[in-house]
Design a protein around this ligand. Structure first.
Ligand SMILES: Nc1ncnc2c1ncn2[C@@H]1O[C@H](COP(=O)(O)OP(=O)(O)OP(=O)(O)O)[C@@H](O)[C@H]1O
Length: 308
């Protein structure tokens, strides 16, 4: 894997003393979709802002495609497109002009054909002459994406792209992201919608209180940290788990109808055979069996809670 962004020992303490990033080390791979997950105030926007040169780091280094973000700011920055969290657009500007202007800011030659295709891909072509104030929130968000891509960057940051966006637009957004990835763009997004990280990301990084707790392949993460549950539906409800079954990691549902057994997917043996045998010996009969795999949501909550 070739890394396109290298972050080492990055720390940021804001004026006033709040430490928003604590020695973050991270290599972002070329062409991947990386989702950064973390609760409010975890430091996600700060991390993105430092990489994009909007916030200066207190210590540590970041290189973008080999260019140091401070010593080689201009080269580093031109690799990057940033879609900010807030809808920041000038009300009276028109869509196409906004893109031309943005492209020009990066010193790129005019290329109306590219911008036309971009607007078509984002279903905005019929709005090219509209004033930005006349667009819906969802359209404005698309314009922000178009603006971020106007100078043909290799890397796209999306800071909570789907916050407050309806289901349809969210689907479109992920389609756009996938298409961009297919064209070779590296994508880093922050999201509170864990199920989306689960669907779209190749790797997931978890940030909490300024620390990058882990970053891993989504599939690995779910396998290694994921737990499975076996839900045993009982023929007859029971009041409590018999003492002879106390050694199993069991939980009895409130209504006494279900025994829930949690086991590690990576363990040598699941312990299910022994459990079923002990159940049989205790005279408990089952009606049905179901398994559930923990979601990224459960993994995330466990990680963040363990860090507190
Ligand atoms: N300009 C600033 N001055 C002082 N403190 C700041 C500043 N910007 C952010 N912070 C603080 O740094 C911490 C991290 O904020 P940041 O915006 O990076 O979090 P986040 O993970 O993006 O959160 P959210 O999910 O709510 O957007 C927070 O405690 C925030 O209050």
């Amino acid at each position: 894997m070739t890394s396109i962004i290298s972050i080492s020992n990055l720390s940021k303490t804001y004026e006033g003393g709040h430490q928003a990033l604590k020695r973050v080390n991270l290599d972002i791979n070329k062409g991947e979709i990386l989702a950064l997950l973390g609760p409010n105030g975890a430091g996600k926007t700060t991390l993105i802002s430092v990489i994009c040169g909007l916030v200066s780091p207190t210590s540590g280094t970041v290189a973008v495609n080999g260019f140091d973000i401070i010593e080689n700011y201009r080269h580093a920055r031109e690799q990057i497109g940033l879609v900010p969290q807030e809808l920041t657009l000038a009300a009276f500007d028109r869509v196409f002009d906004t893109l031309r202007f943005s492209r020009g800011l990066f010193g790129k030659k005019p290329d109306d054909a590219y911008l036309e295709q971009l607007l078509k891909d984002l279903s905005l072509w019929n709005k090219k002459d509209s004033e930005l104030r006349a667009l819906s929130g969802g359209m404005k968000r698309r314009v922000l994406i178009a603006k971020a891509l106007s100078h043909q960057p290799n890397i796209l940051f999306l800071d909570e792209p789907t916050a407050g966006v309806d289901v349809e637009l969210r689907k479109d957004m992920w389609q756009i992201v996938n298409k961009l990835r297919d064209s070779g763009v590296t994508i880093i997004l922050t999201t509170h919608y864990i199920e989306e990280a689960e669907q779209i990301a190749d790797r997931v990084g978890v940030i909490n209180d300024g620390e990058l707790l882990l970053v891993d392949d989504k599939v690995n993460l779910m396998q290694e940290l994921g737990r499975k549950q076996l839900i045993i539906e009982l023929k007859e409800p029971i009041n409590k788990i018999p003492a002879s079954m106390a050694s199993h990691a069991l939980h009895l549902s409130d209504d006494g109808h279900e025994l829930i057994y949690t086991y590690d997917t990576q363990g040598k043996s699941t312990g299910i055979t022994a459990l079923l045998q002990d159940m049989h010996n205790a005279g408990i009969s089952m009606k049905d069996l179901n398994t559930t795999q923990s979601s990224l949501q459960d993994i995330f909550v466990n990680l963040v809670q363990a860090d507190r």
